[in-house]
Every structure is written in C-alpha cells, then in structure tokens.
Write a protein of this length. Structure first.
Lengths: 448, 448
C-alpha cells in the first residue's frame, strides 16, 4: 500500500516538505491541508506588494496549482486541521463546507507556522488593529491604504515592522514605529549597527520611537490612537508587529512535546518526540550551530531547509538537519542589513566570551561612481579565535557577504584565516581590500 | 641604526609592502623607487577611465603623495632600478635627471610587476600598437579616442582585453576582439560559462572572433590592419592584450632564481631564494591552495596580500602567505563573471578527477522586479567531495558569491555541506533557495 503522508500547512516549509517527500517516494499519497485560500506563496514578499514593487498579492505565489498537480500532491485549501491522534495516526480536518474528515497517515508533517503575537495590552479587543502574516492580512492593509489612510503606527521594530513601514511610506503614508526596546532590529543587530539603519530610516522621515511600550489602545469600538510611554499617538492604521509565536496548539493538544523555546521539539531529522510525526518551519525548533541550544528563528530560509529534511524523512529517507545560524538580511529604502551567527548581545546572553571588531569601508573602489558606505562587525569567540557572528550594514552587496561569513562560521574559520583570505575584486564591484578582511584585522589587533 | 628597506615598484604590492613594513618598524628608512610618474594608483581602474565612468586617470590614485609623507616613505618617482647586488646589498638606480645612485638595503622587496606581452608576430615593430598597463598607456588610448578613432581591434579576450573593449564601446567605438583560443576568458571560465558572457557581449554588438591567431601587422610605418586567421581586419586603434609576463630581468640579472612559472620563486614568507630579498605582486609566484603548485595569477588582490606579507617580513616580522585561489571577478556591461579555485579545465590539467554541476537561477525572488539570470557552476574533487572551484555569471551579486565559495574552499567545505548550508535571504536581494546551494545539489545527485 502506498505510504500516506499528511502535511499540515502549505507554504514555505510545508511545500518543500511535500516536494522532498515526492522526490523520495514516487507513489506516496501526499496530502497538504491549509486553512488559507492560497498555498505556496512567499510571506516574505508581502511588504513589497504593499510598497508597490509587486503588482498583486497573487504574484507572490511561487508554487501555483499546476505545481501541486504535476507533483501529484493533494492540496486541500480552506481546510482546518482540528485534531491529531498520534495513537490512531489520524488528522481530523474541517473542510471549507463544514464537513469533518479524518485523514489517516503513516507520516505526519506539522508545518503550522506561527501567528502574530499580541501582548495583553488594554483595549486590544478593539477593532482596527491589523497585522501582516498572510495574504488576507496584506489585503486588509492594502485596502486601508486605498481607502485613504494617511498615517500608520507600527508596533514593533523587527524585520516585518520595518519592511512594512517602508512599504507604507512608499505608498505615501506617514509612519511611526513604536518599539519597547532601546534599539530597532534587536534580533538582527547589536545597538551600534542598528543605529546606522535607524539613521537611514530617519533620514527618509520614518519616525522611530524607542523605549516605548504600548500601554493602551484608545478609541470607542475602533482604535483611533495608542498610548505609548505616556504619549498619545493618533493614526489611521495600526499595525501589530510585536512578533510571532509558533503555532503549536494542534501539537500540544495531541501530546506532542514542545521544547524550551516553546516551539515543537525536534531531533536532527526534524522528527518530534512522537514517532512518525515531524515538525518543520516556524512552529519547530532546531539547534543553533554555535551554541547547540534549540532556537526557533522563524525565517523563510530555515523553514524551507527544515521542510526539505522533514519531508524526505517522512517519506522514508534518512536526512539530517545541520542546525541554524539564522542568517538573515533585509533591504530598507537604500540600505541593506544582515546578520549571521550570534550578535555580541546574543553571545553575551549565551555567556560566550567574545572579541569584536568593526570597520567602515565602501562597496566599490573609492574612485568608482556609486560607491556607498558599508560597515562590517565581526564577533569572535575569544578562546578559539573562531568567528561566531557578523553583522553588515551597507548600500549594496550585503547578502552574499553575510553568506560568506555564514560559510566561514559553519567551517570553523578563525579570525586569522579570514584576515588572510583570498577574495575577488573589480573596481565597480568592491574594494581591493575586502571589508570583511579588514574587519578581521581590526579584531586581530585586539588579540595581539 | 635604522633598518633600510628598499622597495622596487610603487603600486599595489609595493605600497602595501611599504605600509606593512612601516606598521612593523616605525623607524625604518623605507624607500620606494618607480619608473612611473605616478605611484599608488589602481591599474584595475584604467579601463573604467577609458569607458568614461571615472573622470580622469589621476582619480585612480589611491595613495596620494600625502600618504607617503604621513607614513614617512621616501618615494622616488621616474627612477629606474638598473641593478641589484645581493652580495653588497645595494640597488643601483638612475634618477629622473640621469644621475646614478646606489641605495644600500637591509631588506629588499622586488615589486616590479609585469609587462604587456607581445608574441613574435610579423610587423610587430610597426608603430601604433597600444597596450594597457599603466596610466601613460591609458592616456595614449584615450588620446586616440579623442583624436576621432571609430574602431578598435583588441588582440586577446582576457580580463583586460574585454574590460577595455567595453570601455571603448562605451566611448562609441566599434570593437573587434581577436582571440587565438576557442573561448573568451580562458583563465577565468570554462567554455560553457564563457559562452554566456560572450552572448551578452555580442548582444551589445561587440564583435568576437575566436580561434584566430594574429599573423601579421599590416601597414607601412604605422599599423592600419591586422591579418588574423587569414582575414584582414582594419581599424583605427590596435590594442595588444595578449597577456602580461612577470618583470624579472632585474632579478635574473642579480642571480635571483625564478620558479617554474617564470616568475620569481618565493617561500611562504614571500622571500626569494636569496636572503633578505622578497618578491611580491605580479612578478612573484606563490602556491595555489588546492594544487600546492606555484602559480602567478597577476591579480590586484593577490598583489596586495603578497605585499602585506613581504613588507612585514622585510621589516623583521614573521608573516606567512597562505597561497592563492586566484579568485577574480569582472563586470562587462550588465553582466558579472567570476571564478575562484580551479576551473574544470584547470582541474583536468592538474589531473584532478572532478564532478561538476551547474544551475541557472535568478538574482532576486522570481516575482521581484529587476531579477536577472545567474548561473553557478561548481567543480568538486571526486575523491574528497570537496569543492575546489566555482564559476558564476549573472546580472548582480556575483562577487561575494565568489568569495563565499572561496571561503568554502579555503576551509575544505564538502559539496554535502554546501547543499545544507545556512544562507540569508530577502525577496529584493536573492532567492529563498540560494543558487550556490542548488548548484551543490546538482553535483550531489551525481554522487548518488
């Protein structure tokens, strides 16, 4: 009998899991269930549709219906998984028309993703607090802009909050970011590097309020202002970008254990504590490559990598997930910012003694037109002299530099090795002395 | 008594040697001698001045006179080193005004660079054959363009030939490239990857003639046409871009041995076979990191790295040069092409059994505007499964991907590790599945 694989969730990790499962097992019955109307789209693209760079939300669909047909994947849209029974090996679902069905499985992949998180703030039951997680959320924000909104308050200065803020400014709105912490992008960057990004955003007229907790949503039925740090801020649109939390209710109801990050606990094959049940994507945790502690970075690249491993294993393969560095990057107006490995702050939190160094350079030869500033900060474990993190902020070519350091970390490169590394150069493309190499020298000087 | 360091040559490697020597020894008497009128400029920038991207040749000066003053470096311009005496430890020079001086040294750094190479072609003594090595060469080409040249023949389809060809086309000239080999960029790329670059250049109306040796320079005193592959090609400007050869006459006259590449033989401290004499830059050889055989890649990045090591050692430091991968990159119109490590052809020449794989992808999320094609080819040593080379051709973000693979090679990353690597992503900046990772999967499939 054909192997039955059920996958709950049909975006980044779910679809990659299905695809990997199909590659391993050509005859398996693979079923994906999702509550959403659309499957296989890129969440990461949502802010750029709102910003007007991409014409329509449906353009974000990376895996169209034809893909599912071609791969012989049974895709159930607008279908809510309501229960998992790990003893009988079934998933109960409620279809679009309200019918209940029970899907038996040989292998189950939980790819339920994450939900926007709303802290217990007074008045949060009021209407008009939007968030950005799926296409329908995006459509709501887009509709508000089209209805003539002139200003927005975004609560949270993480990647989604800032990318959305830029998108709304590109549509002509006045945007105020309210962040509880003393810096923007606290997961991605140390305060010194975040400051560079903040300056750029402020030059573009984004209003950024730090050290301000949202205390209350004001208005009658509908929110018309927030109170934050004692200040009342009015706006036409209110966006909750406090962060996301792994969607784990289905798993916990079924007795599938969570890990210390409150995401679903997995082993190196992305299998949960329950046999034949895998968890991948934003709902699952995996070890950090440096600390070996479980983390849940909730990034698209991590989700697809997890999906591929979990899906292959669900189809009988033996595939290992090597852990995460949580390499991430963003573009905000004309500035790019990225991180790989641990920030200095994260290293300290993990009680790793580090030496750091940073340099400012240019993205092209100094004499070549269009050169923009770039700053590289390296975080190095003192004892081993190994690189364990890098943050880069610059006008161009940041992403692949982050990947350079990601590869270096994954292979245990020491700061001495980076300081002598062989790099490529051409005047229109970078400086003769690669900024990463110069940053390594700055760190090395502190070891002498 | 202060240590006396003499450096012959005052561009990339010479200046970096001086700077490193000064860093190590604050009191050394450091003298740089160069035949040129200008020191400390970027040769790599010359084609871009000709192309009109940079206003003037003097803008290429990266180290202005103030730098030499500040670092207390004695810079002798228009001064020709005529002899080295390694027994007496002196360098004889002829100054601008014809006077002969003898400079004693404790340490000598030979950074004489390379010269344009002209094969023994009939008629090569005729006037009007230009080349592009220094600022004065560039000024001659620029003058020809300003004098109304409408067409150019460039002999050689290496980096300099093509970059200069693009520059001349940007100035409105019709450009014909004549190359003896069956492909362009033979040092940088395998034929399959070179074809992509060639197509782009041809779309831009560059005429490229392959498999054609230059047989004769035609014309009376001055060249008016060349004969290549039996065909007569007329033009207003003729550029010799056959390649460069290490400038070693001074060294060989002094009994300093060359290595198997016909460049000056060095040890891992960039010291020649003669004590206290160092050789760095385009005139010196160094081991390839993969084959451990000496090579002489004559690249700016290699030159500065060699200079730094040789200069430090000349000042009494103990600094090792880790060898070269010869990572290189270029931008030609709207296409970037780069290489690190061995091409498939070079691997075969070195009798290394390899498995290769390539994929075509996009430089941004498929739905994001401005995404351009990118192709990644990986070369993997069959026995060890280690990556030993990569070639990338694409519309953007090629350079740092080359550096990614360069770091991977330097740290012995296997193709399996690359296929599972943690990478950063954002829709405006790259695809969720990084093309390098996808290329690794293509290779891995051949191992199964």
């Amino acid at each position: 009998m054909a192997r039955r694989i059920v996958i709950i969730g049909a975006n980044a990790s779910g679809v990659d899991a299905a695809s990997a499962a199909r590659k391993k097992d050509r005859t398996a019955e693979i079923t994906l269930v999702t509550q959403e109307k659309t499957a296989g789209y890129s969440r990461c693209g949502l802010p750029f549709v709102i910003g007007g760079h991409i014409a329509e939300f449906k353009d974000l669909v990376v895996y169209p219906p034809a893909f599912f047909q071609m791969q012989k994947l049974n895709l159930c849209l607008e279908t809510k998984a309501t229960a998992i029974n790990t003893k009988d090996k079934t998933v109960t679902v409620q279809t679009k028309d309200g019918a209940t069905e029970v899907l038996p499985y040989d292998s189950l992949v939980i790819a339920t993703g994450a939900d926007s998180f709303m802290p217990p703030i007074k008045g949060r039951e009021k209407q008009g607090i939007l968030s950005l997680r799926g296409i329908e959320d995006g459509e709501r924000i887009d509709a508000a802009v089209k209805a003539g909104a002139k200003s927005a308050v975004i609560m949270g200065a993480g990647l989604i909050g800032l990318e959305l803020g830029v998108g709304l400014m590109e549509r002509g709105l006045k945007v105020t970011i309210v962040e509880m912490l003393p810096q923007i992008l606290p997961q991605l960057l140390d305060a010194d590097m975040a400051k560079l990004v903040q300056q750029h955003l402020e030059e573009k007229s984004m209003q950024i309020l730090l050290n301000k907790s949202v205390e209350e949503f004001l208005g009658d039925d509908k929110v018309t202002a927030i109170k934050a740090g004692g200040e009342v801020i009015e706006a036409d649109v209110f966006i909750s970008a406090f962060g996301v939390r792994a969607s784990t209710k289905l798993a916990t109801d079924a007795g599938i254990p969570l890990g210390e990050t409150r995401a679903i606990k997995t082993n190196s094959r992305m299998e949960t504590e329950v046999k034949d049940v895998y968890a991948v994507g934003d709902c699952a945790e995996a070890p950090n490559i440096i600390t070996h502690k479980p983390v849940c970075p909730q990034l698209g690249t991590v989700a697809v990598r997890m999906g591929k491993v979990g899906g292959a294993n669900a189809a009988g393969d033996y595939s290992l997930f090597g852990g995460v560095l949580a390499s991430a990057v963003t573009r905000l107006f004309e500035i790019e910012a990225g991180n790989t490995g641990l920030t200095e702050t994260a290293a300290q939190r993990n009680r790793i003694e580090v030496v750091t160094g940073a340099i400012s350079s240019k993205t092209r030869a100094d004499y070549y037109p269009g050169a923009t500033p770039i700053k590289v900060k390296l975080v190095v474990e003192k004892e081993s002299q190994r690189i364990i993190g890098a943050q880069i902020v610059g006008g161009e070519e940041v992403t692949q530099r982050i990947n350079c350091i990601s590869f270096a970390i994954q292979k245990g490169m020491t700061i001495r090795e980076l300081a002598k590394a062989d790099t490529a150069y051409a005047p229109p493309l970078n400086e003769t002395w690669e900024p990463m190499v110069l940053a390594a020298e700055m760190v090395l000087m502190k070891f002498r």
